[in-house]
Design a protein around this ligand. Structure first.
Ligand SMILES: [Zn+2]
Length: 147
């Protein structure tokens, strides 16, 4: 009697395990905030190349080519600005630059390794939550990179 019960329990447990299959599938990898923008930019690049190709073949008039090229280049500039903006905001939302281990992390090659240096004054060493052009302590320029 007890063995039958135990067997029934075992079968039931087995059925449970088979029915409730754990979902070990990882959630879809969160695309980087700029992934779709970069994809779009690549498409625009391709369009530009195709456009030049067709123009060389004589399929497009000069005016049509210039107009289409201008539109594509405008979109390219907008996409580039959007990508740069998203990257900048991602940096601002990142972990606070309290630990000086920015160089130790496996930062993607696209991000400049000096990103956290912008928060620290190279002259007096004052640390700020946001990258500043001029130090709030000593007033000297924080970064000589982009002028
Ligand atoms: Zn300073």
């Amino acid at each position: 009697m007890i063995t039958v019960l135990a067997a029934a329990l075992a079968v039931g447990a087995l059925a449970l395990v088979l029915l409730i299959r754990p979902h070990h599938l990882p959630p879809p990898e969160p695309a980087s905030p700029t992934a779709h923008l970069e994809q779009r930019r690549k498409t625009v690049y391709d369009n530009l190349r195709d456009l030049q190709f067709e123009y060389r073949l004589g399929k497009l008039s000069d005016a049509d080519y210039q107009e289409a090229k201008k539109l594509l280049q405008q979109e390219l500039a907008q996409l580039t600005a959007a990508i740069e903006g998203k990257r900048a905001s991602a940096h601002l939302q990142g972990p606070k630059a309290s630990a000086p281990n920015a160089a130790a992390g496996g930062a993607p090659p696209s991000t400049p390794p000096t990103q956290s240096a912008g928060n620290r004054c190279p002259h007096c060493g004052a640390l700020f939550a946001q990258p500043l052009k001029f130090c709030g302590e000593c007033g000297r320029p924080m970064l000589g990179g982009d002028s």
